[in-house]
Structure formats: C-alpha cells, structure tokens
Design a protein around this ligand. Structure first.
Ligand SMILES: *[C@@H]1O[C@H](CO)[C@@H](O)[C@H](O)[C@H]1NC(C)=O
Ligand SMILES: *[C@@H]1O[C@H](CO)[C@@H](O)[C@H](O)[C@H]1NC(C)=O
Ligand SMILES: *[C@@H]1O[C@H](CO)[C@@H](O)[C@H](O)[C@H]1NC(C)=O
Length: 402
C-alpha cells in the first residue's frame, strides 16, 4: 500500500532524472520531501534482489542512473550521502552484475565527489579508494575515466598541481577552449579563426570523454586564458566541471562563451562565472560580430601589451538569478484560491486532484509539457486523473496560456 502510494511520484522522478529534465531551479519542486531519496535507494536494493535486477520495470542500471541525475544538484549530493548512497554504489560496483551497472555506479560516485563533504567521506574509505584505483584500469574506457575523475576530485589542490609539474610541456600561454562535445563544430571554427588571428589555441578535438585528466590538467596549467563555453550540457558534464573548476582554482582568467540561447548559468557554473562578461555565440548575433567581440576580449585579457581601452558594450553581463529565472508571470505566487479560480475559468473545478496543485507546480507542468511531452501527458493522465481527451485538451491549452 505504502509503496503503491509513493510509487507514482518516484516513477515520475526516475523518468525525469533519466531524461535529465530536472534542472537546478526545479529540483526543490520534486524534492520537497526528502524521503524520496530513501525511496530511490530502497528501489535499487529491491531491484538488485530480484531476479532480472529490475523493480517495477526499472533495472538497477536505470535506477542508479536516476540517482546520478538527482546527484547533479549540489544540495542533493550531501543528502544522498547521508542516506547511504556511497556504500550502496560501492556494493554495486563490487557485485559487478554487468558493465552497465558498474559504469552508472562509478559515474554516480564521481558526481557525488564534487561536494567537499563527500570528498572527505571517500578519502576516508580505503576500500573504496582501492576499488577505484583498480577501476582506473578497467577495459571499459568510460568506467576508467570516471574512476580517474573521482580520484582527481578527492586530491587537494597541491597534489593536483604536483601531478602536472612533471608532465612534458606542450606550449605555454595558450588560449584554452573548454567545451562540451555537442558544441564542437562551432568551436573548431572559432579555434581556427583564432589561430589565423595569431593566437595560440589549445582545444581537445578528441571526444572529451575519452581524454585523460592529465592532458586536461596540463592544458589548464599552461593556459593564459580559458574560454568556458557554457550551456546546460556543459554544466551537467563531470569532465567539463573538473576542467572549469581547475581553471578557477588556478585563478586563470576566464571568458565565458554563451553557446545556448537564453541559458543562464546556475549552480557550480554560476558560482565560477559570477558576473563575468560573456561573448554570445548562441546564434543570437552574427558569427562575425561575436567573433570580433571575442578577439577584443582576448586582446584585453590574454595578450601581453593588449589594448586596455574601454570596451564599448560588446558583451552582455551574465544574469545569474537562479531561482527568479524560472519564474513565469506571477503564476508561481498563486494561492490555492487563485488556482481554484483558474480551474473554474477553464471548467475543470470539479477535478479534485487539480485543486491541490500550486502555482509553482502549474508553471513546472507548463515547462514539462514543452520539454518532455510524453512524461507530461502520462503524468497528467495518470496522476492528475484527466482521462478524457476533452479535459486533457482544456487543461493543456490553459496551461499553455499561463
Ligand atoms: C545485490 O545482491 C548481491 C547478491 O544477491 C549482494 O551480494 C549485494 O550486496 C547486493 N547489492 C546491494 C547494493 O544491495
Ligand atoms: C558585440 O559588440 C557590439 C558593440 O561593440 C554589440 O552591439 C553586440 O551586441 C556584441 N555582440 C555580441 C555577440 O556580443
Ligand atoms: C507576462 O506578462 C506581460 C505583461 O502582462 C506580457 O507582455 C508577457 O508576454 C507575459 N509573459 C508570459 C511568459 O506570459
């Protein structure tokens, strides 16, 4: 009974995290009650016990991937550890049921290891360190990469530095392009144009996921400026985070490039970028204009003897207002009374389940309907009880309008 009651919420949550749909602003909506963390951990244990390693359709691998999705939020990282996620993930790796489970569990630990508290937890666990050290030689490249990433994260700054000191010099004083794979094409073009303009550019052309941390660290060390090519995907990538945080630790000058239209960096990325000026390559402006602005920025930041004249408004300032950014037109602040009135207006006031929705949830549902229509429809149908096409239509049309 208890399980059934909970289940629809968890199911939605898992689906959402699997689809990487929950972002920083929306996190609190789904996690108002932190027992959801206990539930997902419990589900993983049940699934692990069952024959096909599944619980109600979800495999251990999928559930762990869902947990990894939850862990992306920095607050959740510590909660998950308090709820026992680390020993669980360690157990999954040790059990080695299949490669998929090992990969998801290792990556989940990597995501967790970005938090300071978790770093210390991991450091203290000698067994885990040994396990991870062995995994760095795993034949599955992504597993090895994730394990190295964890061991890197738990090093303190001095140790990181030492590793790099002894590595062979490639070049010094280059412009380093730190980016997520999805933006590679545009950035290769930028990199070529920068080279033609006389800049020394370092860009990892291979798939970042396969590159060694050593090469990354070396490149950051020797950069005179780092272009952080921001997007939601950049923020969600562990490799990109490692790179950007290292540049930040070493106090390298950073110029953010906007790669995704309308993106507002939040969480750890918002923290690193602060109110830095960015150059917009999201396609909002012509490529040539953006490139001109970038050269101008670099001219100031990177080059010795560069022109320090004031820049006549070439660049926009990042607005990082994480929570405000998600807000619509006041719908968020709707009281139950407002929701009631709205339901009456659209002719759905007889639906009991709708009465308990808050303005904030309505705003979230609206976004969900755009970003993940199939989840939206299944949720509205099953959990809000709008089974008739007519009601579904009314509700969806009205939601579009808010
Ligand atoms: C999963 O099951 C195996 C054996 O059935 C057990 O040894 C292992 O501890 C379990 N893992 C977790 C995470 O519960
Ligand atoms: C580039 O700079 C000009 C002003 O110098 C500005 O009008 C324009 O919006 C900037 N474009 C980008 C892409 O930042
Ligand atoms: C918010 O309200 C303003 C003014 O009432 C309107 O111009 C704007 O289009 C609305 N935005 C949204 C997202 O509904």
């Amino acid at each position: 009974m208890f399980i059934e009651l909970l289940f629809s919420d968890i199911k939605l949550l898992v689906l959402l995290t699997l689809a990487n749909i929950i972002n920083e602003e929306e996190n609190h909506l789904l996690l108002a009650d932190d027992s959801i963390f206990d539930d997902i951990i419990q589900m993983i244990k049940w699934a692990n016990k069952s024959e096909g390693h599944r619980f109600d359709g979800f495999s251990v691998e999928e559930l762990v991937s869902g947990l990894k999705g939850l862990a992306r939020n920095d607050q959740n990282k510590n909660i998950l550890t308090k709820k026992g996620a680390l020993p669980l993930l360690k157990e999954i790796i040790t059990t080695k049921y299949n490669d998929g489970e090992v990969l998801q569990a290792t990556e989940a630990i990597r995501v967790l290891s970005f938090s300071k508290d978790n770093k210390n937890h991991i450091k203290k666990d000698e067994n885990l360190i040994q396990l991870l050290t062995d995994l760095t030689k795993n034949t599955v490249e992504n597993v090895a990469n994730a394990a190295s990433g964890i061991l890197w994260n738990i090093k303190d700054d001095k140790e990181k530095h030492e590793n790099v000191k002894n590595s062979p010099a490639k070049s010094t004083g280059h412009v380093m392009i730190s980016y997520q794979w999805a933006d590679q094409k545009k950035l290769i073009q930028i990199s070529q144009m920068l080279s033609e303009a006389g800049y020394l550019v370092w860009m990892d052309i291979k798939d970042m996921e396969g590159s060694t941390l050593q090469a990354m660290a070396d490149a950051v060390e020797k950069a005179c400026v780092v272009l952080v090519c921001m997007s939601e995907r950049y923020k969600e990538s562990s490799n990109c985070r490692t790179e950007a945080e290292y540049a930040f630790t070493l106090k390298k000058p950073i110029i953010p490039l906007m790669m995704q239209r309308g993106y507002k960096p939040n969480g750890w990325l918002g923290m690193i970028l602060g109110a830095k000026l960015f150059v917009d390559f999201s396609g909002k402006y012509s490529f040539d204009d953006s490139f001109k602005n970038l050269s101008r920025q670099l001219g100031r930041d990177g080059k010795i003897g560069g022109d320090a004249d004031e820049v006549d408004g070439p660049i926009a300032v990042i607005r990082s207002v994480p929570l405000q950014a998600a807000r619509g037109n006041g719908t968020n602040e709707w009281s139950t009374n407002d929701v009631s009135k709205w339901l009456k207006k659209i002719g759905l006031n007889s639906k009991e389940k709708l009465q308990s929705l808050t303005g904030e949830q309505l705003t979230f549902l609206k976004k969900l309907s755009n970003r993940a229509p199939e989840f939206y429809f299944s949720y509205v149908k099953t959990d809000l009880g709008l089974h008739r096409l007519d009601d579904l239509m009314k509700f969806t049309n009205a939601i579009d309008q808010i």
